[in-house]
Design a protein around this ligand. Structure first.
Ligand SMILES: Nc1nc2c(ncn2[C@@H]2O[C@H](COP(=O)(O)OP(=O)(O)OP(=O)(O)O)[C@@H](O)[C@H]2O)c(=O)[nH]1
Ligand SMILES: [Mg+2]
Ligand SMILES: [Zn+2]
Length: 312
């Protein structure tokens, strides 16, 4: 039998076959795939081969199909092992809001840089349109046009009022979409709006979220009636730049790629060098100052010493 892992509780994996049946499966021993040292050998989205152990539908996973892609984070401050968030993703939907709890561009750009590195297309969803005040609206306008101009598809939604839900479901149709973003931005609420039958738990915006607690506590994949799957994930505080090389950061900024070929030095870091075409473009207003600032901040990050995901 073959199927796709839609839920993982640590020791049990829920595997759904093409015909829709769900089996509870175990694994035997330790799997090592793609040479990554990970705390979870199998993640949501993995395609697996399994055999039935008894008539009640309990299975044993015997093989993992090669992954098209996967997203990882570091599993803890001290270990160099990684935790696989999800595999075989068609796109990531980054849910943000310029209302509360406001998403900062430092977080957005770290997420985009990571996804660029893993070749996962990102679309940015500006949620909570119904809560906008003047300030939120101005910030939305600035960011929406800045990210659209760079080439990221952007969309505005309200999970509560239902704005643009038809556009959002069209975006998700027949695709495996990973939903990501801070705790409380409305990831689960958006999934519920697309597929009300799921009745995912949503949280109150309060002190609760500031304390780093989550309503959603593990990644789970939900089949959509319109076709495709959605992976709801726990909120994240930051996004893990795992195994990152500083020289490659600028290349993960699509708007910088265009200019960097014209820098005087071909190993230009775009920080202090003379005749840097990237810096010239920032000064000319062709590259957004906030994007360039986030680039500098990422270069200053101490990647391996940061725990990027909130602890439960
Ligand atoms: N007014 C308004 N409230 C929203 C909207 N989307 C979500 N909310 C509310 O925001 C709160 C948090 O929503 P959730 O869907 O639980 O957020 P989440 O991103 O799934 O959070 P975690 O699971 O903790 O990562 C809930 O009270 C939702 O009802 C929206 O578009 N407008
Ligand atoms: Mg949630
Ligand atoms: Zn340069």
């Amino acid at each position: 039998l073959e199927g796709i892992v839609i839920k993982s509780t640590g020791s049990w994996y829920h595997v759904q076959t093409e015909t829709g049946e769900i089996y509870e499966c175990k694994i035997k021993g330790r799997f090592r795939i793609d040479g990554i040292r990970s705390t979870n050998p199998i993640a949501v989205g993995d395609k697996v081969v399994f055999k039935l152990l008894d008539k009640k539908g309990v299975g044993l996973i015997t093989q993992i199909k090669p992954r098209d892609n996967y997203l990882v984070r570091k599993s803890s401050n001290l270990s160099k092992a990684s935790h696989i968030i999800a595999a075989n993703i068609d796109q990531a939907l980054l849910i943000i809001t310029t209302a509360q709890p406001r998403t900062l561009t430092g977080f957005i750009d770290r997420f985009l840089v990571t996804a660029e590195a893993y070749h996962i297309p990102v679309k940015i969803i500006f949620n909570k349109l119904d809560l906008y005040d003047k300030e939120a609206e101005e910030l939305d306008n600035h960011l929406f046009s800045a990210y659209s101009k760079i080439g990221y598809e952007c969309m505005r939604t309200s999970a509560i009022r239902g704005d643009n839900m038809d556009m959002l479901s069209a975006l998700m149709k027949n695709k495996v979409s990973l939903l990501s973003g801070h705790s409380g931005v409305g990831k689960s609420a958006l999934v519920n709006a697309i597929q009300p039958g799921l009745k995912l738990k949503t949280g109150e915006i309060s002190e609760y979220h500031n304390k780093g607690k989550h309503t959603t506590t593990f990644a789970e994949m939900h089949p959509l009636d319109i076709g495709g799957y959605i992976i709801d994930t726990p909120g994240i505080k930051g996004f893990g730049l795992y195994d990152f090389v500083k020289d490659e950061v600028a290349e993960r900024f699509p708007e910088m790629r265009e200019y960097m070929v014209e820098c005087r030095f071909n190993n230009c870091t775009h920080t202090h060098e003379p005749d840097c075409a990237v810096k010239a473009a920032v000064e000319a207003g062709e590259i957004e100052a906030f994007r360039y600032q986030n680039y500098l901040n990422i270069l200053d990050d101490d990647y391996l010493d940061v725990n990027f995901w909130e602890n439960k």
